[in-house]
Design a protein around this ligand. Structure first.
Ligand code: ADP
Length: 504
């Protein structure tokens, strides 16, 4: 095992990797920008290196500076986390060329899966079913028109270099093809410096089901089974779970074998994810491979009992995977909510400010993977995902009840977050029945946003109302003497109470 690892990331994932290092007896080195000088990941690490100003382009994306820092502090390996440099082939190569270990796949595998069109070609050659569409970038609008007609509208324009839903446009008819192509190209160019766009048939009503794979350097590649990530907004995941209500044991085996085949074809090693669309008939189509640790990896950890980050480190250090495919059987149910600093009531606009107060949920089988604490400043420099709340329970029904309970305990004051929205999803009948697919959330959004304040929120409002009443009567701080009365509109009451308590 390594003795020192540098983590080229920030926020919750940096902390997650630091924890894995410490559990393995490895010293962890953090990197940080000006904005993160006092961030939790910096304090949790054994050493920390300043790498530049707040904007990521001048700090967390400065691969050369990060490799230099790793060499200088005597780290033997670099864990890239997700986002930032994690899927940059040149970075994996630079790490290797500096004589260090990149904790992830070989640069060649990142390159093979890096472009969506190249990944589709590789999948087809390996006999993996892909979403109908092209495997080459479009030449021009006439080409796009011909291709769209061949597959039939609606089609999806996708950036070959895409990620994070950027450069993706649904085209419903011939009239909107031209403008959509232009927008997709522009977005792709801005986000990835590459305006190559291709066409996929737009599949209506599928689920997003992905397979976690894990491979060692001795030729073993295993499937750690599926995650269901259909609850999405603008092609971005909001809630993930494992297993999936739509996956039978037989389908799990077939999808797992397919993912292992795709990963092996790319010469893959370490942890990775093959994403699929699964239609109502049980047919599945390869979308892409994410050549890194996923945000939603904890749900797999909770149902398999495997620590994925520890295994990433162990595999990178040359260890052999000691288990067999048959031994990996999901147990119980895990669910994850991404807690973002976005305001659902306001079109999910990013919210910024200081976290004035943070109360974390606890109790049986509740896990918080977060990168904030009371006093943290939430800025627009970085991703709005502040934390992940993850629960495990013996069944899906109990996992939903547990998530609801945990969300009810969570209090984040000072910035708007997606917490209340998640509570409403947990209370939704269709969600509870598992009747979800990738377009479900968008369709359900307005009714979810209108839903009456959930029970927990009404309780908070009642407590807030009592606090206000006390404060107005001049009662001492920290005591509630007035009986919680009929709730005022929840958000307003909470804000007033928080202001009176000096939280905002
Ligand atoms: P990105 O890499 O930008 O995240 P993906 O290819 O992973 O893009 O797709 C993101 C999401 O967009 C998927 O989870 C799915 O919800 C939706 N999507 C992608 N391709 C299709 C398709 N052909 N038809 C319908 N929805 C799709």
């Amino acid at each position: 095992m390594f003795s020192k690892v540098l983590i080229a990331n920030r926020g919750e994932i940096a902390l997650r990797v630091i924890r894995a290092c410490h559990e393995l007896g490895v010293r962890a080195v953090a990197v940080y920008s000006d904005a993160d000088e006092r961030a939790p990941h910096v304090r949790a690490a054994d050493e920390a290196v300043h790498i530049g100003p707040a904007p990521s382009a001048e700090s967390y994306l400065k691969g050369d500076r990060i490799v230099e820092a790793a060499v200088r502090v005597g780290a033997e390996a670099i864990h890239p986390g997700y986002g930032f440099l994690s899927e940059r082939e040149w970075f994996a190569r630079a790490v290797r060329e500096a004589g260090l270990v990149f904790i992830g796949p070989p640069a060649e595998a990142i390159a093979a899966m890096g472009s969506k069109t190249a990944a589709r070609q590789l999948a087809i050659a390996a006999g993996v079913p892909v979403v109908p569409g092209t495997t080459e970038a479009l030449r021009d609008e006439a080409d796009a028109r011909a291709v769209a007609e061949r597959f039939g509208y609606p089609v999806l324009l996708k950036a070959a270099a895409g990620g994070g839903g950027k450069g993706m446009r649904v085209v419903r008819d011939a009239a909107s093809l031209g403008p959509s192509l232009e927008t997709a190209r522009r977005e792709a160019k801005a986000a990835f410096g590459d305006d190559a766009v291709y066409v996929e048939k737009y599949i209506v009503g599928p689920r997003h089901v992905e397979i976690q794979v894990l491979g060692d350097t001795h030729g073993t590649m295993l499937s750690l089974n599926e995650r269901e990530c259909s609850v999405q907004r603008r092609h971005q995941k909001m809630i993930e779970e494992a297993p999936s209500v739509a996956v039978t044991r037989e389908l799990r085996r077939r999808m797992g074998e397919t993912a292992v085949r795709a990963a092996s074809a790319a010469g893959y090693v370490n942890a990775g994810t093959c994403e699929f669309l699964l239609d109502a008939n049980g047919e599945f189509y390869f979308l892409e491979m994410n050549t890194r640790l996923q945000v939603e990896h904890p749900v797999t950890e909770l149902v398999t009992g495997l620590d994925l980050v520890q295994w990433q480190l162990r595999v990178a250090a040359g260890e052999r995977l000691p288990f067999k495919q048959e031994e990996i059987v999901p147990r119980g149910w895990a669910m994850e909510c991404r807690i973002t600093s976005e305001d659902p009531a306001n079109g999910f606009l990013p919210s910024t400010g200081r976290v004035r107060y943070l109360h974390l949920p606890s109790g049986p089988c509740v896990r918080w993977d977060g990168g904030i604490e009371s006093g943290s400043e939430v800025t627009l420099y970085y991703d709005p995902m502040l934390a992940k709340l993850i629960v495990w329970a013996p069944s899906r029904e109990l996992a939903i009840a547990r998530m609801h309970r945990a969300l009810s305990e969570l209090v984040i004051a000072g910035v708007e977050t997606s917490r209340d929205f998640h509570l409403r999803v947990m209370e939704d009948d269709e969600f509870r029945r598992g009747a979800i697919e990738i377009q479900w959330l968008e369709r359900r959004l307005s009714s979810l946003l209108e839903a009456k304040a959930p029970e927990a929120l009404r309780q908070i409002a009642a407590i807030a109302g009592a606090l206000i009443a006390d404060r107005e009567r001049g009662a001492p701080r920290g005591s509630i003497t007035a009986a919680p009365s009929a709730p005022a509109p929840a958000a307003a009451a909470w804000k007033r109470a928080a202001r009176l308590e000096g939280l905002r």
